[in-house]
Ligand binder design. Structure first.
Ligand SMILES: Cc1ncc(COP(=O)(O)O)c(C=O)c1O
Length: 382
């Protein structure tokens, strides 16, 4: 036996599902932001001049006429629904597959979520199914961009225009994505981005922004985020509002991080494209993967297979982390089942829940980690 043969094989380092939240660059920026805000004689820590500048920058990048920073994406949905005067007696169409706030915020404002099915391949709202679920009480539709898929905003817009509905575009995960050259988040009457850590514009804390071109709607959102109090007119409460400010430390962090934001998004897009190219030949063996192309978001790369759990176990055995995001359609969750009509079905959402699994997609992945992650998927289907 040679010396080389006697050396035990070194196990390749794992490929973690999620990236490090505070890599050295991010940690230095956060500490700098804390120092900057903490030593600023102005001592404004919430909704100060840095937040105003961050709103301006998000406006410049997205093209939205008005950007209102607020405490979270969940809060942004509540603010948008309230500003659009959605409340008791109203129905709001939301996708049956997706994040829980899509339904909970509708209930929070006193309206009822009506679940529309999703396309099993793209996992975003099926507009034809949404149309079948309209009633005389339907007031709004909330399409959500999901994983790498952009919602069918043209279809949603047509449906909304035909029936006089408001479009609240949930672009919580879709910062920097474009559809027909127009930024995600700006297709609806009102839209939103989340800056929760895992999101493409994530930061080390909670925060979000509401986007709209409608000045009156923007004023109402500003009013509602400060307890219903008009900024210019002192402590007079015009509406029952929310406490939904944006932290100045987070704003300072986001502004400092803008310089490298494009590179991080480009890296996410590059990894996502690489996966799609590697997985295209696996379609005939039962792997559904996002088609390569520019019109997608850069949040989560999810593939679909009827052997999802076996694939996840195989990837775990190869050190590749995975995640199942929504194991049940929203109307099957105990929280929302009471609002699901008896006998209603969402076959696309059921399939998406049963078959999706997400692979590592974050800018910190090395080339070799990306190749190993893709290679382990290909090996499973060999
Ligand atoms: C589609 C969607 N909408 C809204 C939210 C809520 O955002 P936040 O976590 O900032 O409250 C999320 C969060 O995951 C989301 O994925």
């Amino acid at each position: 036996m040679s010396v080389v043969d006697s050396v035990p094989a070194v196990a390749a380092a794992p490929v973690p599902y999620a990236g490090s939240l505070l890599d050295p660059e991010a940690r230095a920026l956060l500490l700098g932001a804390v120092y900057e805000v903490g030593t600023d004689p102005e001592q404004a820590t919430v909704l100060g001049r840095r937040t105003a500048e961050w709103e301006r920058q998000v406006g410049l990048r997205s093209g939205a006429g008005h950007v209102i920073a607020c405490a979270s994406g969940t809060s942004a949905l509540c603010l948008a629904l309230r500003a659009c005067r959605i409340g008791p007696g109203d129905e709001v169409i939301v996708p049956a597959f997706g994040a829980e706030p899509l339904a909970s915020t509708v209930l929070t404002v006193g309206a009822v979520p009506v679940f529309a099915d999703v396309h099993p391949a793209t996992m975003v709202m099926d507009v034809a199914d949404a149309a079948r679920r309209l009633t005389g009480r339907t007031r709004a539709v909330v399409p959500a961009h999901t994983f790498t898929s952009l919602a069918d905003m043209r279809g949603v817009r047509q449906l909304a225009d035909a029936h006089g509905l408001t479009v609240i575009e949930d672009a919580a995960v879709a910062q920097e994505a474009t559809l027909a050259g127009r930024a995600a988040g700006t297709w609806g009457d009102v839209g939103l981005y989340s800056f929760f850590p895992a999101k493409p514009f994530g930061m080390p804390g909670e925060g979000a922004a509401v986007l709209t071109d409608d000045a009156e709607l923007a004023d109402t959102v500003r009013l509602l985020r400060r307890h219903g109090q008009a900024e210019a007119h002192g402590p007079v409460h015009h509406q029952v509002g929310y406490d939904s400010g944006f932290d100045e430390v987070q704003a300072a962090y986001q502004l400092a991080r803008l310089a490298t934001q494009d590179a991080r998004i480009a890296r996410r897009a590059q990894i996502s494209t690489y996966y799609s190219e590697r997985f295209a030949p696996l379609r005939e063996r039962g792997l559904g993967a996002p088609a390569p192309g520019d019109e997608r978001c850069h949040y989560v790369y999810a593939v679909r297979t009827g052997r999802r759990d076996a694939l996840a176990r195989h990837l775990a055995s190869r050190g590749v982390g995975t995640r199942v995001y929504y194991p049940l359609p929203l109307p099957r969750l105990p929280a929302f089942a009471p609002y699901a009509p008896a006998g209603a079905r969402w076959p696309g959402a059921e399939r998406a829940s049963a078959t999706h699994v997400a692979l590592p997609l974050h800018p910190g992945l090395t080339e070799s980690q990306v190749r190993r992650s893709a290679g382990a998927v290909c090996e499973f289907f060999d």
